[in-house]
Write a protein of this length. Sequence first.
Length: 118
Amino acid sequence: MKLINTYELIIKKSKFIAYYYEVTTQDEVKEVINNLKEEHKKAKHIPYAYKLTNTAGRSDDKEPSGTAGTPIYNIMEYNNLENKFIAVVRYFGGTKLGAGNLLRAYMNSAKEVIKKQD
């Protein structure tokens, strides 16, 4: 697994930190998720999506259904990404964003982390 890029977005004091990885196996996906959970112990949610050659997956990680993992996955599909993993770590800022703003925040984080190259 290889970290390709990161991107940070702040909306109403909630911080969204996107991580973009190159992965080749589900074991690597699990390892990245575990590492992010260890690194960001105070984060409220770490939704993600991945796409490998023969399988794919996504998780909203307790965000409202369809507002996190699916938008991230849809960005991956739209960009024809394969053997990639995107997770967005969310630190809650105290203000509920609502489903529409959440969906846009996760989608924009995924778009930007793919596009931004250091």
